[in-house]
Design a protein around this ligand. Sequence first.
Ligand code: ADP
Ligand code: ASP
Ligand code: MG
Length: 402
Amino acid sequence: MLIVQKFGGTSVGDLDRIGNVAKRIAKTKDKGNDIIVVVSAMSGETNKLIGYAEHFSKTPASQEMDMLLSSGERVTSALLAIALQDMGYDAISMSGRKAGINTDGKHTSARISHIKTDNMKKSLNEGKIIIVAGFQGITEDDNVSTLGRGGSDLSAVAIAGAMGADLCEIYTDVDGVYTTDPRIERRARKIDKISYDEMLEFASLGAKVLQNRSVEMAKKLNVNLVTRSSFNENEGTLITKEENIMEEPIVSGIALDKNQARVSLRNVKDEPGIAAKIFSKLAENSISVDMIIQNVGFDGTANLGFTVPENELENSKKIMEKLNAAENLEFDSNIAKVSVVGVGMKNHSGVAGTAFTTMADNNINIEMISTSEIKISMIVDEKYSELAVRSLHEAYSLDERN
Ligand code: ADP
Ligand code: ASP
Ligand code: MG
């Protein structure tokens, strides 16, 4: 079997842990498997490097950020290869470039265009264990690129797809995908199997256990994806096609995204074209707007509010100030998005009612709402967001039954 194993930041968080990961890889190799390993930077490393850059500039050039951030993953891949070699295994580390990960030129959130598999195939044929530095690739102009935060998951899935791996295992610091973040609700239940679509919704709404683009890619390339703990032997969660899942619950889980910020425009001119102007300017700057509300116009003006990722707030501020489309601008990063997710919701009524009643019972004000066939999202004050998650988890009877 060809297996791709990805180890996240906590799993390679210190030298002892890198040693343990080496032992785990050796065990898989001893069973006769071919292995490609993908690693993250040691936990905290990427944030530390971002901090270093911010010491010099609030808006560092993204090309330089990629040069800087990609170094974290290279450190881990080399250390892991050294550890395995010392144990007598033939291992080789590869940068994203050597592994053939070609991307577009959008620095800090590059997309993989194709993978040139020659080097990986050659090393596998020689019986080597390959250790790829995750999160990075190479642009057409030969510059290092990175794939966005959490991007090592994407490296692993893309490599598994390109190499036709039998299995892609994402090793992390929890046993799999839970009904909600087990660090917020300890009664959360591990999900044994989840469909690509549901996992994609979960990941897009803030469950960072898998990066959302990696789930999208797994679905597209039909990659057998499992997420499990690197600290025990427990079976993890299988992410698979919908038809492989016997019964889908109405609500599968609750997601929380604290990386949200709100922009409010008071007294915007109530005339055609104003929204187009605001949102096309944001789009031009690659800022993804999530929820939008506009109240009914009064006295020739209206109020408009929308949410953006927290790390885009500074940019959004600048753009709004320059546009000068409203009398008054307000910015708030102390908000969070709480979402109820479930593919089974499609065929049931009353799901949204339960969410709103639960929030009311807990005296939590809902500032914005958006719904789709398979999710209900609410913007709330960040202070109350974990309480909201726990209350909703209970209201939909997701707590572990014992
Ligand atoms: P890694 O460094 O291994 O990539 P991450 O920190 O990116 O790990 O993702 C794992 C974390 O995701 C867990 O520690 C957990 O707190 C968080 N998480 C959020 N939502 C969920 C969920 N629904 N199920 C499991 N973990 C979740
Ligand atoms: N080290 C990168 C990050 O912290 C990528 C990853 O861990 O997946 O975002
Ligand atoms: Mg991650």
